[in-house]
Design a protein around this ligand. Structure first.
Ligand code: B12
Ligand code: SF4
Ligand code: SF4
Length: 397
């Protein structure tokens, strides 16, 4: 028996872990989490898929994905002594998400709905810490580490094991009762809690559906369950500091920070719960703001306005780069051309190159009518998505 196992069995002599597991789930709900589950740490079934994803370079320039390699499937390598993972999920869908309205308004900015409010990392970590402290009150010899998003572990497969839902063909975790508009976080712990693995019948409810694969504007879901991050709008608007590939720029439309399309088309999001957190409600009217207004911000204003927002993390250069592309995709307007031209003078090399591209798009639209229809397939896809939102998600449209 390994050292951690011996410690765990010594600890188990005094404590009713069955009862403690139930209490932990209740405490998690009291703290405001939408759902709590517990799993073991065996992710060996995922090693091959993760390795082949990395071998195919689907992570692009997210070096941190490669750096930690298979540690992502071995939580005990991340935190020695870990034998269980408590996974939580927290709904983030704001009231009145205006999905269709914003995607329709091509001169407005579309920002992923998870990023309209306060940065979720701090909120989730703080609550996970509180959950850990609470457990410690009942279990003195207990170590834990809270994580959300940033840790080198496969959060979705762990949450799936804990019974919080299933990993859909878009590769996100979704849930029959709650759709997929939620964050995931976890506590790595060294006590033998009772696992909640598959405590209800929710293994894989995608069935024959392939809607997310078909609607993805950049065809980033290259086959069921596999996303080539390099083609994903979320990757090249948030994660990558590089120039946005030319062929993908027109496909971005007005999406300047992340993308929600594969979730918007998913039939299970009819059942999505609205977030109860004030922190996730839109700030600065980011859910209904014009591209031109955002483009007028200077760096100082951006850094101040975005205090506490996850958007601040991408920095001003990427921010301007993204808005320039969206302005290039907007219908022709004199004031767009003027704003783009005015920004050229102080723009960095990266931003200037995107501004030139945007100006070219604008000029083409003004001079050559045929250009207006050049991106027809994508427009049809967008119109299909908007229709689907209007019909299937009227509350959030
Ligand atoms: C890197 C990353 C990204 C990258 C890569 C995305 C990806 N699919 O991996 C980019 C930047 C593109 C991205 C985008 C988004 N992300 Co992200 N991202 C992550 C991060 C940090 C790591 C994910 C990872 O490990 N990927 C590696 C690949 C190999 O893992 P995988 O896709 O899960 O692959 C497994 C399975 O699909 C399966 N598999 C693979 N092939 C096959 C084949 C078959 C046949 C089968 C059955 C299974 C299978 O095995 C693989 C290994 O287990 C996680 C946080 C974390 N630490 O987990 C957040 C996370 C996944 N992201 C999240 C979110 C919200 C998003 C966005 C929705 C943000 C947005 N609105 O723009 C988009 C969604 C895009 C999408 N469809 O994936 C949330 C998801 C919440 C949820 N409900 O699931 C997470 C969990 C962050 C969090 N803590 O809340 N993200
Ligand atoms: S987030 Fe957008 S670009 Fe990325 S896989 Fe989903 S639909 Fe495609
Ligand atoms: S859109 Fe369909 S295939 Fe994609 S995750 Fe939802 S149910 Fe699964």
């Amino acid at each position: 028996m390994k050292f951690s196992g011996i410690i765990a069995s010594m600890k188990s002599t005094n404590i009713d872990y069955q009862q403690l597991s139930t209490k932990i789930q209740n405490w998690g709900l009291e703290l405001g989490f939408s759902q709590v589950g517990i799993s073991d740490i065996d992710l060996s079934a995922h090693e091959e898929a993760l390795q082949s994803w990395l071998d195919n370079q689907y992570h692009g320039n997210m070096d941190y994905m490669e750096r930690h390699g298979l540690m992502r499937t071995r939580p005990a390598e991340l935190e020695a002594g870990t034998i269980r993972v408590i996974s939580v999920r927290l709904d983030y869908l704001p009231t009145n998400a205006k999905f269709a309205a914003t995607l329709k308004a091509t001169n407005q900015a579309y920002i992923s709905r998870y990023a309209l409010g306060r940065d979720y990392h701090k909120l989730l970590r703080k609550r996970l810490q509180q959950l850990g402290n609470k457990i410690r009150e009942h279990c003195a010899e207990f170590n834990f580490r809270p994580f959300t998003d940033s840790a080198p572990i496969l959060e979705r497969p762990l949450a799936e094991k804990a019974g919080l839902g299933w990993v859909g063909k878009h590769s996100l975790l979704l849930n029959k009762q709650a759709g997929s508009w939620f964050f995931i976080g976890e506590l790595l712990v060294d006590i033998p809690l009772r696992v909640t693995t598959h405590n209800y019948d929710e293994i894989d409810e995608c069935g024959q559906c392939v809607s997310c694969i078909k609607i993805c504007p950049t065809q980033a879901i290259i086959k069921p369950y596999v996303v080539d991050a390099r083609r994903c709008i979320s990757y090249f608007t948030i994660e990558s500091p590089d120039p946005i590939p030319l062929e993908l720029r027109p496909l971005m439309g007005n999406r300047i920070y992340g993308c929600d399309d594969c979730q918007l088309i998913c039939p299970w999001n009819k059942y999505a719960e609205l977030s109860l957190e004030d922190d996730f409600q839109p700030r600065l009217k980011l859910d209904q703001i014009s591209l031109l207004e955002l483009f007028s911000w200077d760096e100082k204003y951006f850094l101040n306005a975005m205090q506490g927002s996850p958007i601040r993390r991408i920095g001003f250069q990427s921010w301007q780069r993204n808005i320039a592309v969206a302005l290039g995709n907007a219908p022709y307007e004199d004031k767009i051309v003027l704003a783009l031209t005015q920004k050229l003078e102080k723009a960095s090399e990266l931003v200037a190159e995107h501004i030139f591209w945007a100006l070219e798009q604008q000029q083409n639209k003004e001079t050559d009518k045929s250009e207006r229809d050049s991106n027809d397939t994508n427009k049809k896809l967008n119109a299909k998505l908007i229709r689907s939102i209007d019909i299937n998600l009227p509350r959030d449209a």
